[in-house]
Design a protein around this ligand. Structure first.
Ligand code: NAD
Ligand code: TDX
Length: 324
């Protein structure tokens, strides 16, 4: 098979590229990325030199470029990880999110349609469902939960999801969508909670916790996410949405305190700062459908994995200090 993986130089896309090359060594992978501030070929490591891998720099919203690429290669599968991914940036600069996150997927869908690609998979997010109340710990997002995005980022992702499903209903393009919760792992750009907090703690700088720190995120290892996406690509039903989560809810304050404990730094470094506008209170994913239909279940828990991730950022300060 020949795959196109977009956003292949980003955090999750690079993990997925390495995952696919390791687990499906007979396949050919083209990794496409615009190499924005968030993308780096260093994230791909040895995979960049794998004879079954080819890197292409390009913008998914560039119709002419995408047409040329799809005309040259005959892709069986397209997986779209490419996006502007940071909520805070979407609040300060919403415009660029429309191009990458809405127009980009539409260009890819149209190009898949034109060249008869066998499967288009859209990497979406639990943020499209909006926020759950803190006082209802028994409530979870299912695939039937209404789209209720709060930020320009999540609104752009929800828009793309609607477009993906429109291409299924209107043109019968074989599509799937996965909506995953917050990922942790190596090589995450240090604007996101975990690497940002490690970075601040190592420097003895205040750790900026938005609002009260009681907001809850449902964390999943990036490795578990990659495995779930692979299962969907191979066995997911066209036109379907699959939630991906590990049932591992933590308050932001818990995450920050664990990082400080791991690094032997005092909790007095925590600094409560102004809340993120429109800050979603709680995300919690019901991934029962992925389990029932695909037999997928997360294998990792944050309690065991977070120390390893923190250690990786400590050992790889070169990698992330250059990214500030
Ligand atoms: P990231 O910001 O680390 O990587 C995104 C990559 O996309 C970067 O390498 C960037 O250069 C590339 N890119 C951006 N615009 C592009 C364009 N127009 N054309 C081509 N490439 C472009 O993000 P991430 O955390 O790896 O997220 C990957 C995907 O997973 C995104 O779609 C995001 O919405 C989704 N997601 C992320 C999480 C999470 O916790 N990080 C959770 C659920 C879903
Ligand atoms: O400095 C910070 N202080 C803080 O309190 C940062 C960067 C974040 N936070 C809070 C905000 C969130 O409640 O921590 C939580 C996690 O923040 P982010 O790492 O920015 O992630 P989040 O906004 O939850 O979105 C992430 O998960 C869903 C990804 O960035 C998205 O791409 C994905 O769709």
């Amino acid at each position: 098979m020949k795959l196109l993986i977009t956003g292949a130089a980003g955090f999750i896309g690079s993990h997925f590229t390495k995952y696919w090359l390791e687990n499906y060594p007979g396949d050919l992978v083209v990794g496409l990325d615009l190499l924005t501030y968030a993308g780096s070929l260093k994230n791909l490591g040895e995979a960049e030199r794998d004879p079954h891998f080819q890197f292409v720099q390009g913008d998914i919203s560039d119709r002419i470029r995408m047409d040329k690429l799809f005309c040259q290669e005959r892709f069986d599968l397209v997986v779209n990880f490419a996006a502007e991914s940071h909520v805070d940036r979407s609040i300060s600069h919403p415009d660029q999110f429309m191009r990458a996150n809405i127009l980009g997927p539409q260009v890819l869908l149209e190009t898949c349609r034109k060249y008869g690609v066998g499967r288009y998979h859209q990497i979406s997010t639990d943020e499209v469902y909006g926020s759950l109340p803190l006082e209802r710990p028994d409530s979870f997002f299912t695939e039937e939960s209404p789209l209720c995005a709060s930020s320009p980022y999540s609104a752009s992702k929800a828009s793309a999801d609607l477009m993906v499903l429109a291409y299924y209903h209107t043109y019968q393009l074989p599509v799937t969508i996965s909506r995953c919760s917050n990922n942790y792992g190596t090589n995450q750009y240090p604007e996101k909670l975990i690497p940002r907090m490690v970075f601040c703690a190592l420097r003895g700088e205040p750790l900026p916790v938005y609002g009260t720190g009681e907001n809850i995120r449902d964390w999943i290892s990036v490795t578990d996410h990659c495995e779930a996406v692979a299962r969907i690509l191979l066995a997911g039903r066209p036109g379907e949405v699959y939630n991906i989560g590990a049932h591992d809810e933590k308050t932001n304050l818990w995450v920050v305190k664990e990082i400080l404990r791991e690094l032997g730094r005092p909790e007095s470094l925590i600094s409560f700062v102004a809340d993120r506008p429109g800050h979603d209170l709680r995300y919690a994913i019901d991934s029962g459908k992925s389990y029932r239909e695909l037999g997928w279940k997360a294998k990792h828990r944050m309690e065991e994995e977070l120390p390893k991730v923190v250690e990786w950022y400590c050992r790889n300060q070169d990698w992330w200090e250059k990214k500030q």
